[in-house]
Write a protein that binds this ligand. Structure first.
Ligand SMILES: Cc1cc2nc3c(=O)[nH]c(=O)nc-3n(C[C@H](O)[C@H](O)[C@H](O)COP(=O)(O)O)c2cc1C
Length: 320
């Protein structure tokens, strides 16, 4: 048995990597002595993610997850990150002389998940911050309450932008009857919505109703629903970095999943709030507030803390 076939048997665990809207954009192509990580353009989010920041962060999270899963199985594998836009290849996994050094295990990969319900009050302690500092991510902490208004503005922008809503509609699975409920996208359960909330959202952003609700204040109403999300004394972390090339963004995605795994191992969950960055006005203000240099940008924003309910296990497409 070659390392490639051994690795192939682990693909379902690699697929536990997080991705924006749970699109799972990765495609693995197996060679004799290498595994190429490509992406499927039909799983990108051209309107919500026009710069492809989230696409490449997600691919980075996937690459790092592959390395952790391989390391746990004792397979010496490393990643060569190099984006080829013609063949849509993000990276190549190749044999290495030693097993990838990581503090994370298969168990951490399987356990990690986002939690979008309530969080217990409390900010990250210094020991946790110190542990995160060693993971290769530049993280800035903000009090959750300080982002209540920006989040409301970003949500109004998100729910008021037809193309972004169309992508949400495409990837939301608001009823267990949805044919792809167990495969991909954002389920009502993962979004911590009650059946009534999920039906209400489906009714408001349905293609025909949205044309009317959008003009009648629907976006403000939907934004109001998430107002309470940050109204507690909690932590929001912002991942900051230079992200000029897609390779750089992939490296930040690798660091991002390391941070999420480290938090998860401490019983702390994350809830990304990418709309704060996707909305140009709130993204620009956030960068100003953090005093970022011209070559730096906020790349990911997420609240983190002790969730009142454990993360819901999200759907994944099984390996072929
Ligand atoms: C780059 C990136 C951006 C994300 N942005 C958001 C977001 O704005 N809101 C959100 O609720 N989840 C966001 N997520 C989380 C994904 O929706 C989540 O990873 C996916 O649904 C799979 O669920 P899991 O992480 O619980 O396994 C993001 C994830 C990544 C990797």
């Amino acid at each position: 048995m070659t390392w490639v076939s051994e690795f192939r048997a682990l693909e379902d665990d690699c697929r536990r990597a997080p991705s924006a809207h749970n699109t799972q954009p990765w495609v693995l192509r197996y060679g004799d002595d290498s595994v190429d990580v490509h992406w499927d353009p039909s799983r990108a989010l051209p309107d919500s993610d026009p710069t492809r920041r989230d696409l490449f962060l997600s691919l980075g999270a996937f690459v790092e997850t592959c390395l952790i899963v391989a390391a746990d199985a004792g397979l010496p594998v490393r990643a060569s990150v190099s984006v080829d836009r013609a063949s849509l290849r993000a990276a190549r996994l190749v044999p290495d002389s030693a097993v990838y050094e990581t503090p994370f295990t298969l168990a951490s990969v399987r356990q990690r998940g986002c939690a979008r319900g309530g969080y217990a009050p409390g900010t990250l302690d210094t020991a946790t911050l110190a542990a995160l500092a060693g993971l290769g991510a530049d993280l800035r902490q903000l009090p959750s309450r300080s982002l209540v208004k920006p989040l409301a503005a970003a949500d109004r922008w998100m729910f008021g932008t037809p193309a972004v809503v169309a992508e949400l509609r495409e990837w939301m699975r608001l009823s267990p009857k949805h044919p792809r409920y167990r495969l991909d996208g954002l389920t009502d359960r993962a979004m911590a919505m009650s059946r009534v909330e999920a039906s209400g959202l489906a009714a408001m952003i349905g293609p025909r109703a949205y044309r009317v609700t959008r003009r009648l204040g629907g976006p403000a109403l939907l934004a109001a629903a998430s107002k309470g999300l940050l109204r507690y004394d909690g932590s929001v972390l912002v991942l900051v970095g230079s992200a000029v090339t897609p390779e750089e963004v992939i490296e930040h995605g690798r660091a991002l999943v390391r941070v999420w795994l480290a938090l998860s191992e401490r019983g702390l969950a994350v809830h990304p709030l990418s709309q704060l960055l996707d909305c140009t006005a709130t993204g620009t203000r956030l960068a100003e507030r953090l005093g970022l240099a011209p070559d730096e940008a906020p790349l990911a924003v997420f609240r983190t803390g002790r969730p009142l309910q454990p993360p819901v296990r999200s759907a994944r497409i099984p390996s072929a």
